[in-house]
Structure formats: C-alpha cells, structure tokens
Design a binder for this molecule. Structure first.
Ligand SMILES: Cc1cc2nc3c(=O)[nH]c(=O)nc-3n(C[C@H](O)[C@H](O)[C@H](O)COP(=O)(O)O)c2cc1C
Ligand code: SF4
Length: 594
C-alpha cells in the first residue's frame, strides 16, 4: 500500500467497491496501512462513496480498532477480560510498558508503539493474551513480554516474530452429539434438495433446535418466517463472539467450517437466498484464511456458488465481513448495520431481521453453533437431536470453560447437566462462584450448583467462568460492569451514563470510601439501567452487580466505613503533594474527613 493516505483510500475504494457497505473494509485497510485513518483519507472516502464526511468520521470513532489519530507502528492491545486479569494481565502489561518506557493508553513519542487495553479477545483458555497489529498471541509470560519489547525496539516485522507464538491451541475436553457425528461434505444438502424445503423445516422443528447465540429463538421458526417474507433474502452467520469468556465459535469456525457453510447453504435453500455473510470479529482475523479456503473447496465441489449441486436455479455464495472491535455488533440488528457500513447500533424492533434485515430485506441471522447443529440435524433427522437434553432445551451445548479450573477448554454437554457435574469435569476446586453465560448471564454461588444448563434454568451462549474461593467478588463485578460501560453504543442514557456511574460507585466501594447509601444507590441504579435501556446490552449490564448484591451482600458490606456519607475521594490524601512542597508535616496540616 502507498504511503500517501489519499492514494491508499483510492486503492481501497477500488478494491472493496464504492458503496457504503465497503466502508468498514476500507477504513480497516487505512488503519492497517497508516496505523490510523488520516483525515484527508476520510475526505477521499466520503467523496468516492458519496456519503457525508461526518458519517465516515462517526464510523471511525465507533469501532475500537479504528482511530482518527496516529497509533504506533506496533499497535498492542491487552485483553482485559477478567480471566486474563486473573492470569496476571496487569503485571505483564506494566512490565511491557516499563520495558518500552511508556504508559498504557498512549502512543510512544517516537511513534513506534502504542499499548492499550481491549475487551475479551476470545483466548480465555490460553490467556493472558494480546493482539499485535491484529495478530493474536496467547499464553503470555514475563519472558515472552521481554522478547516482545526487544523485537519492537529492534523494529522486527510482526510477521517475522516466532511463528509458534501465533499458534492458537484448541482443546476439546468433552465431545458429544455434534462433535462426534459423522460428516460428509454436501450429504445433508443433497438430502435436502431431494426432499425439499419443508423437510428441512420439519426436521429442524422436530429437533427442537433453539438458537445457540444466547436468546434461544427456535431456528425452524426463524427460517420459516424468513422464507414466508417477501423480498430478496439474506443469510448471516453471527461470528462476532464478543461475550467475555466465550471462545467456542472460534474453535468451531476452525474445526467445523464445512458444517457451518453447509448449514448456511441449507438456510439459503429454504429461504431462496443468494447471498450470505459471515460477520467475523476482528480478533479472529487469524481464522479468515482457513474459512476462505473452506469456501473455495466447497465452490470446487459445486456446493457453493453458481448452480449448486448442478441445479440451474440454485445460486448462493458467502462473503466474510470483518468487524473492527465492537461487542455491540454481536447484537443482530447492530450487526446488520455494521455489514451495511454504518455504526453498529441496535435497531428498533419490531420489525425483526426475518422480515426487515439487511438493506430492509428478510434475513436469517444465526449463531455459528446453530448453523452447524442445523446441518447435522438435516443429515441425521430431528429425533436424533431431540433425544438428548431436557423438555425445553434439546440437544447439547458447547461451553467455553475458563478461569480457576484444571482443564479449561471446550466442553460439549447435554442440556440439563448440572453445574456440579460440569465443575467435576473441568477440575474446579473450591469456588467463590461461577458466571454462566458471560457478564450478561448469571452469577451463582456454591449453594446453587445443582442448577442445570438449560434455557429453562441457566441459559448461556457458551461462556462458563469459574472463580476460585480466594477471588475478589468486587473486582469481578467491577471488571464486568466496566466492560459494559466501555461497550455501550451510547445511544440511550440509562446504559451510556448509568453503567459509568455504576463503575464509579464500585470503585468508591473498593477504595474504602463507600457508604451504606452507595450500596442502595448501586441497586437502584442497576435496576434503572436494566429497565430503561433500549437493547439487550443495557438490559443485562447490571446483571453481575444485581446477582451478587442479592447472593453476597456481605461482600458489599465488608469494605464500608461506619459513617453514613463519604465523599468519593481521599481529601487529606489529595493534599499530600502540597504538604511535601511546603514541607509542612505537623498534625494541624492534616484534614480529618467526617
Ligand atoms: C449485546 C449483544 C451481543 C450479542 N452477541 C452475540 C454474538 O457474539 N454471537 C451470537 O451468535 N449472538 C449474539 N447475540 C445474540 C444475537 O443478537 C442473536 O440473537 C443471535 O445471533 C441469533 O442467532 P441464534 O438464533 O442462532 O442464537 C448478542 C446479543 C446482544 C444483545
Ligand atoms: S442499551 Fe446500551 S448498547 Fe443498547 S442501544 Fe442503549 S446505549 Fe446502545
């Protein structure tokens, strides 16, 4: 790419197309080439795409991995997921910053390197983890950090760093129905073509498959609604996987890509769609080449592209759209906006995507695991799947287990398995609690470990985080609440402002300045955020706080001062610098704070 940003912009427009839906890819290219999106380049892009400059600026500002001011030539992001934190993220981050003589959240004066934090990068089974110019490195140690600092100072290209650092390990610790099923490329699709769309819908309906992305909407219904809606149909795979602690889609995308692509093609057959998209989170850029290879293979086999399986009127192809670091883009309507080239902001619903999705047309949006389950159901029949699980939750669920347990990794378990059984499987010892379903899910303590993984009890998109009994409850809740405050899209006040105030109050409490009134305020405000927010992010942002306030009130009471009111800072401590400068250390030079 050229060093002139205007030229880069022009070439990127040529490469990706001069329409709004290319905007994110163009901006990603600019960020990659120049380590920010320079203003003249934005102007060029706005002119070529015929959109207002303000829109290009707004999209740049929205995504965490795009910047309107220069970043270092080495852009480093530490994953600040609580699991990475428990594995020593902060110490390693400090060590790197000390070695590079810079502060976190800054770009070094010589422009060589910037270090910042980012939300969970999906490597909880091998943290602490970082991204360097978009490349993921896991299992960090002090020694690795020192080597990284040296490589940066020596200005060695990231591509020339030790290759083994970039190898992402995938650990299947337990396989069940889906992961052990025999598979033959195209067999489910050919069977569907022989029997027709109604057969596919009936098999899905008989199977009882509910969406694996979290909300659990019946997949058969979703496909049927979309099929029945008039317009041009689209199929979208939600591979955004932003929920902290979840990494099962990462593993599925690598090891079961063919089943995923077949599942999407089945959805296309049922709904008569011609175009499909995999929305892949930026953190999983390392999976892109493998996914593209899997697509090429299917095109060669006549299972994707034009005239699928030799049929004159069956054309369907899939593109990969890369995200740019925004958890909210996992929310299906925000995801659609992002594919269209806009900020990822949740839309008003109804209408739902099945009737008004991409470009206002009927769209199926499903999770990676849902498409894979669908392809195996069509192959093996609905009863095969429905024979496992509970009354309202059929089949199995893939869990990404991380935290304080001996064997973090991927576990496929039948719905209905208890938390105790899972804890035994993953080798958890004495625990403080478990966060099921990520920060937006449920925090339970040891007294509830007989509860079951199921939509009717503990629902989960896949995250299962174990916390040892020595862990600090308030640190965990603070981390989760801060995650939501950071990821709030900013559209509505209860979510945007409320989550930030919650973080502030939690800090006040943790720093020993909290009062009984602050705890009441935490609870009141938590409920306002839950009830007053527009979308699922805000509805669940206070879950960790409210769950733990209810279950562990003593953890909130413990750090309280005895007084009823306390300012949120240490007044006397703030005067310390002044005392030192004026050399005044008598008792009268101190303030008491009552
Ligand atoms: C804030 C937020 C983030 C979400 N992130 C994801 C995600 O990363 N992956 C996913 O499949 N679903 C995610 N969802 C759920 C999707 O909106 C949607 O329900 C799902 O993709 C539908 O697919 P399914 O029916 O196969 O579960 C998220 C929802 C919310 C509210
Ligand atoms: S609840 Fe939060 S994330 Fe959702 S629309 Fe409102 S501000 Fe955006």
């Amino acid at each position: 790419m050229p060093s002139d940003p205007i030229q880069t912009a022009a070439l990127a427009v040529e490469r990706y197309g001069n329409h709004l839906s290319s905007l994110l890819a163009i901006l990603r290219q600019l960020q990659q080439s120049h380590h920010y999106v320079p203003r003249p380049a934005m102007e060029k892009v706005a002119e070529r795409l015929a959109v207002p400059l303000a829109e290009v600026e707004a999209v740049t500002e929205f995504y965490s991995f795009l910047h309107s001011f220069p970043q270092g030539r080495y852009e480093i992001y530490f994953s600040n997921c609580i699991i990475d934190d428990l594995q020593g993220r902060e110490t390693l981050q400090r060590r790197l910053c000390e070695r590079l003589k810079m502060a976190v959240g800054t770009t070094r004066a010589d422009g060589l390197v910037s270090v910042a934090e980012t939300s969970c990068t999906g490597l909880c089974d091998q943290g602490p983890a970082i991204l360097v110019n978009g490349h993921a490195i896991g299992s960090l140690t002090g020694e690795k950090i020192d080597r990284i600092a040296d490589l940066i100072e020596q200005q060695i290209c990231v591509e020339d760093w030790p290759a083994k650092w970039f190898r992402i390990e995938d650990r299947f610790e337990r396989r069940d129905l889906l992961l052990t099923a025999a598979w033959q490329s195209g067999k489910a699709l050919k069977s569907a073509l022989r029997r027709g769309p109604e057969y596919v819908l009936e098999a899905l309906s008989d199977s009882g498959l509910r969406g694996r992305g979290g909300a659990g909407f019946p997949t058969a219904k979703k496909w049927r609604f979309c099929r029945e809606a008039a317009g041009e149909h689209y199929i979208v795979c939600n591979a955004d996987e932003g929920e902290p602690g979840t990494f099962k889609d990462r593993v599925l995308l690598r090891h079961h890509a063919d089943q995923l692509l077949e599942g999407m093609t089945l959805a296309a057959f049922v709904t008569d769609a011609r175009r499909g998209f995999i929305y892949l989170r930026a953190e999983y850029a390392f999976l892109r080449a493998e996914l593209e290879a899997a697509m090429r293979q299917r095109r060669r086999q006549g299972l994707l592209g034009r005239n699928i399986c030799g049929l004159m009127d069956f054309h369907f192809d899939i593109e990969i759209v890369m995200g740019a670091g925004a958890y909210i883009c996992g929310e299906e309507s925000a995801l659609l906006d992002s594919i269209e080239g806009r900020r990822g902001q949740p839309r008003n619903r109804p209408p739902y995507p099945v009737t008004a999705g991409l470009w206002g047309q009927p769209t199926v949006v499903n999770n990676v695991e849902s498409f894979i389950a669908a392809s195996l159901i069509v192959l093996n029949g609905g009863a095969w799947f429905a024979g496992v699980g509970t009354e309202k939750s059929k089949g199995t669920k893939l869990l990404s287990i991380g935290g304080d347990c001996r064997w973090p990794g991927i576990y496929e378990v039948p719905f209905g398995m208890t938390v105790t059984e899972i804890m035994i499987l993953c080798g958890a010892g004495e625990t403080l609690g478990v966060q099921v379903g990520g920060p937006s899910g449920t925090f339970i303590g040891p007294g509830e470990y007989d509860r079951r993984i199921a939509f009717e009890d503990l629902g989960t998109g896949g995250s299962f985080m174990v916390f040892g009994k020595e862990r600090d409850m308030l640190e965990i809740v603070r981390n989760f609440t801060d995650f939501f405050a950071h990821e709030s899209c900013g559209f509505c006040t209860p979510c945007r402002v409320g989550t930030s105030i919650l973080v502030h109050l939690l800090d006040k409490l943790r720093n020993g300045w909290g009062t009984a009134g602050d705890i009441l305020e935490l609870e009141r405000l938590g409920r306002v955020v839950r009830q007053g927010s527009h979308c699922g992010l805000g509805h669940t942002a206070a879950n960790p706080l409210l769950d733990t306030l209810e279950r562990f009130p003593d953890r909130y009471q413990a750090p309280l001062q005895e007084i009823d009111f306390s300012p949120g800072f240490d007044l006397d401590g703030e005067l310390e610098t002044a005392r030192r400068l004026t050399d005044r250390f008598s008792a009268a030079d101190h303030l008491t704070q009552e």
